[in-house]
Design a protein around this ligand. Structure first.
Ligand code: CA
Length: 227
């Protein structure tokens, strides 16, 4: 069975609109009006992607995001965080807690479908089948399995963090501007601010432990990976 796109949202009109458009595109869709039902669901079923509303009647969306990221096998499931108008403050916080993308209501269903496709493309089988990148003798990136190993131990990155590491390691020593990194992450669907790159990189560095040393900030320019 095809893995479903899961919508966690308590406004029925929005759920219906999103469902119609995603199903029309060919996705299987499952929805929950609260966090509790969703958390029970993911005990047994792995979603392809989660569209997560921030304000839910029972459990806070950020709490759900955190729970998913701590989960052993669901840590890399892409999450699009959805917030009501004027909740801009939570954008950075959402990304801090591991969301891959963020959309503010009201958004067009077409934009949602585009973002979903972009995220799934990244998480799907990489074009560079079987390619493994090695960094500094301690870190390996498997571009097919989307797996990062630090001294043989697997570390869980979000798809955004993985994508950044993939880009930086594609040309070691080369400095990538924030703009370039955003382009790589989102292409034409780019609608995020510069600061988000810094948040993702900080998060990535934390997870890389002592290998974080390889990811360097070039003040005023961007980031690079250097062994
Ligand atoms: Ca809501």
């Amino acid at each position: 069975m095809k893995k479903p796109i899961v919508i966690v949202e308590d406004e029925p009109d929005i759920v219906e609109l999103m469902t119609i458009h995603l199903e029309k595109t060919g996705f299987a869709v499952k929805s929950f009006s609260g966090g509790a039902g969703f958390l029970r669901f993911i005990e047994k079923t792995e979603p392809a992607l989660v569209v997560l509303d921030l304000m839910l009647p029972d459990i806070d969306g950020l709490e759900i995001c955190k729970t998913l990221r701590r989960h052993e096998s669901l840590a890399s499931v892409p999450i699009i965080m959805v917030t009501a108008k004027g909740e801009e403050m939570d954008k950075v916080l959402g990304l801090e807690l591991g969301a891959d993308d963020y959309m503010a209501k009201p958004f067009s269903p077409r934009e949602l479908v585009a973002r979903v496709k972009a995220l799934l493309r990244r998480n799907g089988p990489a074009a560079q089948a079987g390619k493994v990148v090695e960094i500094g003798g301690m870190l390996t990136l498997d571009l097919t399995k989307y797996e990062v190993m630090l001294r043989g131990r697997r570390i869980e990155l979000t798809s955004t963090e993985f994508k950044i590491l993939e880009l930086l390691s594609s040309k070691k020593g080369w400095v990538f501007s924030r703009e370039k990194i955003l382009d790589h992450l989102w292409g034409d669907e780019k609608a995020v601010i510069d600061r988000t790159v810094d948040v993702h990189i900080r998060h990535l560095r934390e997870k890389l432990g002592d290998a974080a040393y390889f990811v360097k900030n070039i003040r005023g320019v961007g980031y690079k990976l250097e062994e």
